[in-house]
Ligand binder design. Structure first.
Ligand code: ADP
Length: 538
């Protein structure tokens, strides 16, 4: 019996174990099902992750492609527009240099030049905006003469304002330094934009450009300081709600008939440039009352950079060959320049510019032809267009550099592709210099003089159109007084000049006419005339 009880016990135990096993199996089954479910979920999530990663990658690729297409379009557009502008602006410059040009045509040529320049500004603005977006806006610092710089701007806008019968005034709040270390081109771009807007949006009244300087720290020869600029107009003004929008690209505000010409790019670019120079462009305006734009930038200033260059350099009319030839320059009777360009208009402009100056000019319409002429005529300088069919300027320059005999030949890249990487590529294939199209004659001639042993012959100064210098030159003060006066003129210190004029009057009765004229010019903000008047005594 006890055996039977034991068996029963064992059976019960067996049953229990079976039950437990069944439970465990069920649990295992459920767990497996959960695991499958989790696996499936994970798979779905991994797939979704992959899919969104793929989508992201595709979107990124598309954005990059669109960006590349935009850059390529901009580069192409800039190149295509600059090439014909090279012909237009090139010939406008040649005609403007011609003393035989009659007044009536002078005006026409000047309009062609101005309109071409305006087109160029538009192209440059669009390029600048794309550089800002890509964070690649570059600036170049150098020393420049502030009084001459301001004078150029004041003269330009005095004329523009006069043409529109509005008053333009210039005032310096404090003595200004003569030399500034900064990006002259970009500072001019900012001021031209603000002043152009002021002229554009002012039908009556006045425009005022105010400049001030505050020094902060002085080292041996330089001062750290702040330059302040303000452009104020009595024009149509800007509504409060629009005063931020005007800094957005392509944004023009006001009523439809107030939107005059323009692209809406000037202010966003000016704002970025001011920021790059460490300042902030601010606007105060009231609708119907006028607007004031102002900014302050940090600069390094020098109070004495000597006597500034003439604002307008005399025209070059030829050259004399120097006897000592630099290496690489052949000793031929005359300098030979090979012009390589696939557009005949661009070759023609360079031929018409350089031949009358006395150069022998040869032409080639692609790299292949250029190579032949290089071997045939050994030119002293090659002016090489870079983007051409058949053989481009890069390949041609590369092949010239590969020949040990031609290693020293001067190649100046002349190109309508102005991006920094393109310029770099020109230097990499062996070009010594880069000239952007449209070509500026002054820049080209400077380039030639760098490599050719020559001395320019200038147009006789008497033929320069500066009657004020010749017509009025009364007895002037002594050397020391003159130098003190010159410094005041360079600083634009009108009050100082007027005080000086009063002192000269008391000092010597013979200086009366000089002092009177000086006082009159200072009183009437005639800074350039002041500079010219005093310069003739120096
Ligand atoms: P654009 O002058 O080419 O239109 P800007 O970016 O220089 O482009 O200016 C943007 C807009 O700001 C102008 O279209 C104009 O509506 C407004 N604006 C700028 N300057 C002035 C000003 N001095 N007076 C009135 N409105 C102005």
């Amino acid at each position: 019996m006890p055996q039977t009880a034991e068996i029963i016990c064992l059976r019960q135990e067996l049953e229990k174990r079976k039950q437990e096993k069944a439970d465990l199996e069920r649990l295992l089954y459920i767990a497996n099902q959960h695991a499958d479910f989790i696996d499936a979920r994970m798979q779905i999530q991994t797939d979704a992750l992959h899919e969104s990663k793929n989508k992201l990658r595709k979107a990124k690729e598309q954005a990059e492609m669109a960006n590349r297409a935009k850059s390529a379009f901009l580069a192409n557009m800039s190149h295509e527009l600059r090439s014909p502008l090279n012909g237009i602006l090139g010939y406008a410059q040649i005609l403007q240099r011609d003393p035989a040009l009659v007044d009536k045509l002078k005006n026409g040529v000047s309009i062609i030049h101005q309109s071409g320049d305006y087109l160029l500004t538009l192209i440059n603005d669009i390029l600048d905006l794309s550089k800002i977006e890509a964070g690649k806006l570059e600036w170049v610092k150098a020393y420049f003469y502030l009084p001459t710089f301001l004078q150029g701007i004041v003269d330009l806008f005095r004329l523009r304002a006069e043409a529109q019968e509005i008053v333009f005034n210039y005032e310096s709040l404090s003595p200004l330094p003569s030399g500034i270390h900064g990006d002259e081109k970009r500072l001019r771009q900012i001021l031209l934009n603000l002043l152009s807007n002021a002229v554009k949006f002012t039908q009556h009244g006045h425009i005022m450009l105010t400049v001030g300087y505050q020094s902060e720290q002085t080292s041996n020869s330089f001062q750290e300081g702040k330059l302040y600029f303000q452009v104020k107009d009595s024009g149509i003004g800007i509504a409060k709600k629009d005063s931020e929008q005007i800094f957005e690209p392509f944004r023009q505000v006001g009523t439809q008939n107030q939107i005059i010409e323009g692209t809406g790019l000037g202010l966003p670019i000016a704002q970025k440039l001011v920021e790059m120079m460490g300042g902030e462009l601010k606007v105060k305006s009231e609708l119907g009352q006028g607007s004031t734009f102002e900014f302050e930038i940090k600069v390094q200033a020098s109070t004495d950079l000597g006597i500034p260059p003439m604002t307008q350099s005399p025209t070059i009319i030829g050259f004399n060959k120097k006897s000592n030839c630099k290496s690489g320059i052949t000793n031929q009777e005359n300098f030979r320049i090979l012009v390589v360009d696939d557009m005949w208009q661009n070759r023609s402009f360079l031929v018409d510019l350089l031949e009358p100056l006395g150069f022998n000019v040869l032409e080639a319409q692609n790299g292949q032809e250029a190579l032949t002429k290089v071997y045939e005529y050994s030119p002293d300088i090659v002016l090489m267009d870079m983007v051409m069919s058949t053989m481009d300027g890069f390949e041609c320059s590369r092949q010239i550099r590969q020949d040990p005999q031609l290693k020293e030949m001067v190649i100046i890249a002349v190109s309508a592709s102005v991006f920094a990487h393109h310029q770099q590529a020109c230097f990499e294939v062996g070009c010594q210099m880069f000239l952007p199209k449209p070509i500026e004659i002054e820049q080209l001639l400077q380039g030639l003089a760098t490599y050719l042993p020559l001395e320019w012959i200038y147009e006789e100064p008497a033929t320069l159109n500066e009657p004020s210098k010749i017509e009025f030159s009364p007895k002037g003060p002594k050397k020391e007084q003159l130098h003190a006066l010159w410094k005041l003129v360079m600083k634009g210190d009108r009050q100082g000049i007027k005080d000086c004029a009063n002192q000269l009057k008391q000092l010597d009765a013979q200086l009366h006419p000089f002092a009177e004229h000086l006082y009159h010019l200072a009183e009437n903000f005639q800074i350039q005339k002041l500079e010219e008047f005093v310069r003739q005594y120096l």
